[in-house]
Design a protein around this ligand. Structure first.
Ligand code: SAM
Length: 223
């Protein structure tokens, strides 16, 4: 796989009106690319931050078996309603994934909710608890260490993430998550996604968050 890839930021699935303001999906073309490269039909694919279900819908279209975890009840219900494998969708916090008794997974693809270093509420609990940025990074590490338990040996775990630039304050989120997860999974390198969006549509970077690109951090469960 190339390490710099240009993709159009085009989402083909239309979200219901009530969700359009909060559309933080990655496009289907990104998921399709990675599923093509790393998986085969019949493989079990998990997204532990399922959101509006992009990973799961593409997995199903490509004859893989999707599993999803989503904290938000309304998003969970939307995905479950539209998924064929409805029983594989769970409305819990991913930090409790070890309580689900899931089968071993062949591939994981997810993008967590981002946090700037100056923010105070934890995006990983639905913004209900006060946390520091360091707590947030620790929380992500706990979630991925539990995910690791249900990943097949030698499987790949991909995290889509960006650094964040907000009013000239930089949060090196991609680096920080990368370092945290590299303590528990083997880091294999990054793939840079150069997002093609007309600049006039997103003046603060065609991806958003101040940048035109994001990263797919590639990890592997070696042991
Ligand atoms: C960036 S969005 C993912 C969007 C998804 N990739 C898509 O294309 O629809 C992150 C999602 O993770 C969910 N989330 C955040 N913390 C969570 C947690 N601890 N457990 C499960 N889901 C969580 C959020 O509610 C949000 O929907």
């Amino acid at each position: 796989m190339r390490t710099v890839i240009t993709l159009a930021m085009n989402k083909s699935r239309l979200l219901p009106k009530k969700f359009r303001q909060e559309d933080n999906r990655f496009p289907e073309n990104l998921v399709a690319l990675f599923l093509e490269e790393y998986t085969k039909p019949g493989d079990k694919i998990i997204d532990i931050f399922a959101g509006f279900g992009t990973t799961l819908f593409v997995a199903e279209e490509m004859k893989r078996i999707p599993y999803g975890i989503e904290l938000s009840k309304v998003r969970f219900e939307y995905v479950k309603d539209h998924l064929v494998n409805k029983a594989n969708m769970y409305n819990i916090n991913s930090k409790n994934i070890d309580k689900l008794n899931l089968p071993m997974m062949d591939f994981a693809f997810s993008s967590p909710t981002y946090m700037n270093k100056f923010e105070k509420k934890n995006p990983l609990t639905g913004f209900t608890e006060n946390v520091t940025y360091q707590d947030y990074l620790d929380f992500i590490q706990v979630i991925y260490s539990k995910l690791k338990l249900i990943m097949r040996k030698d499987s790949y775990i991909i995290i889509e993430v960006s650094n964040l630039k907000n009013n000239d304050i930089l949060t090196t989120l991609a680096w920080d998550i990368g370092k945290k997860i590299a303590k528990i999974l083997s880091f294999q390198g990054e793939i840079i996604i150069n997002w093609e969006t007309p600049r006039e549509k997103k003046p603060n970077g065609s991806y958003g968050y101040g940048f035109d690109h994001s990263y797919c951090l590639v990890f592997r469960k070696i042991e």
